[in-house]
Design a protein around this ligand. Structure first.
Ligand code: DLL
Length: 434
């Protein structure tokens, strides 16, 4: 079943025409309402009248995550706060979170994008959708929730965590669709295997995203849960889950191009790369009213596939992101910047620790491990073990409140973290995601 064949299967020429009209509209209203965008246009000597359609897209200025920090919290909104009905937030590169806002129409568009994917996977109003993404400021929980509700499904808003309850709920409520991060899906699969309750499950479809995952993970999840597992992509700045999603072909995520224009650029020069090339993904929001963005640098590295999809949808497919052009890590589905950790260490510092630290991330039993090794000062080293434990506990607490996830903090002896002759190697990511 396809929810909206006119839109999803629209011939590309028509789609481009629609995008052009929407781009012209968006640029004009953003120039009028968003100071940051107006300044960037003025710096380039551009006026909205210079933009006639998508052929002029590459003339437009980029926007960056740092803009969200500089205009925190509401400075990039294109409507008055009276018209914003929801905000979400995500990690910034520093202690300040980035904040995004949605009008009622934006929420409807978001719900539709998510529902399109459900529909593409054969999910109907008869399905029971267990939403095990986190609810709250993170877009995962509410994004999946409203999309499934819009579709008319029965939604189980269980949120993330509490694995025993997740499994019991899945069995008792006869959930047929599971939405969560792929690493959590794998963990659930293992627990289900241990409990020997796979036969009691009614699950058939999994919608997994918010972090990179591999084809081998897909196969393992499918086998352990007895389902078909699909990839979904999104980011808070653009929408949340549903910017793109796989169809039944499982061969790339359709970007809903009536709402978003994707581009692939060279992350160093900003130059637009030819179709099919790998580079940094950039998005322009065409229909979003509350928090629109033009040419937003996602920092995700991937490529676009313009070849026709067997499903008949004409919207371009993005391949799985393979990495980032910045230093953001995704640990247990949460975005973490090394600079956030540095900020905490600076605050704690005093004369107890040195500036030498290392973040070590690994995946053990399908769970991300997150260790922060910090060199203590000679002074603390000479002190008793209680003082050392106290500093460790303080850093642990502050990291948890900054990031929302727990890290194991180890104060290590002075001069034990390897020095580098060039850039310090702050992050060791041992997870294999090829
Ligand atoms: O992760 C939104 C989301 C929720 C997507 C639930 C899918 C499902 P943020 O917390 O702002 O938003 O993180 C966005 O996560 O720039 C990517 O680096 C990464 N990411 C999201 N989906 C995928 C995916 C949500 N399917 C950042 N594969 C993005 C790889 C992904 N990376």
């Amino acid at each position: 079943m396809i929810l909206n064949p006119e839109m999803e299967c629209m011939p590309r020429e028509e789609l481009k025409k629609l995008q052009s009209e929407r781009l012209v509209w968006q640029v004009k209203r953003m120039y009028e309402n968003v100071e940051c965008f107006r300044n960037r246009m003025d710096e380039k000597g551009l006026k909205p009248e210079d933009i006639h359609g998508i052929e002029d897209l590459s003339k437009l200025p980029f926007s960056y995550k740092s803009d969200l920090r500089d205009y925190y919290p509401y400075g990039l909104f294109a409507v008055s706060l009276d018209d914003i009905v929801r905000v979400h937030a995500s990690s910034g590169t520093t202690g300040k979170r980035i904040v995004v806002g949605y009008t009622r129409d934006d929420l409807k568009m978001w719900s539709e994008c998510f529902a399109r994917m459900l529909s593409a996977l054969g999910v109907t109003k008869s399905d029971v959708v267990q939403v095990a993404y986190g609810y709250g400021l993170f877009t995962g929980g509410l994004g999946a929730h409203q999309g499934a509700e819009y579709m008319g499904c029965t939604v189980v808003p269980i949120s993330s965590g509490n694995t025993a309850l997740q499994i019991q709920t899945m069995i008792d409520f006869e959930s047929t669709v599971l939405c969560c991060t792929p690493s959590y899906a794998l963990y659930l699969g293992e627990e289900i295997e241990k409990l020997g309750v796979k036969d009691k499950l009614k699950l058939k479809v999994g919608i997994f995203g918010a972090e990179p995952w591999t084809e081998s993970m897909r196969r393992e999840i499918e086998e352990k849960l007895g389902i078909k597992a699909y990839d979904i992509y999104g980011l808070s700045e653009i929408l949340g889950p549903g910017v793109s999603g796989e169809c039944e072909c499982q061969s790339g995520m359709h970007v809903w191009e009536d709402n978003f224009i994707p581009e692939i650029i060279d992350p160093d020069t900003g130059e637009v790369l030819p179709d099919g090339a790998t580079g940094e993904l950039v998005f322009t929001t065409l229909t979003k009213q509350g928090f629109p963005l033009i040419r937003y640098r996602t920092r995700d590295i991937c490529s676009l596939n313009y070849e026709p999809c067997k499903c008949g949808r004409t919207h371009v497919r993005m391949r799985k992101p393979t990495g980032r052009s910045d230093d953001m890590l995704i640990i247990r589905g949460v975005n973490v910047f090394p600079s956030q950790i540095e900020e905490v260490l600076l605050k704690v510092s005093g004369d107890s620790i040195t500036p030498n630290y290392q973040i070590v991330v690994d995946r053990v039993n399908n769970n991300d491990t997150f260790d922060v090794n910090v060199e203590m000062s000679e002074k603390l080293f000479a002190d008793d073990i209680k003082s050392i434990e106290k500093v460790e506990a303080k850093i642990t607490d502050q990291l948890r409140s900054m990031l929302g996830i727990g890290a194991k903090v180890h104060l290590v002896n002075p001069n034990t973290i390897q020095r580098s002759e060039g850039k310090a190697k702050r992050v060791i990511d041992k997870r294999k995601l090829v």
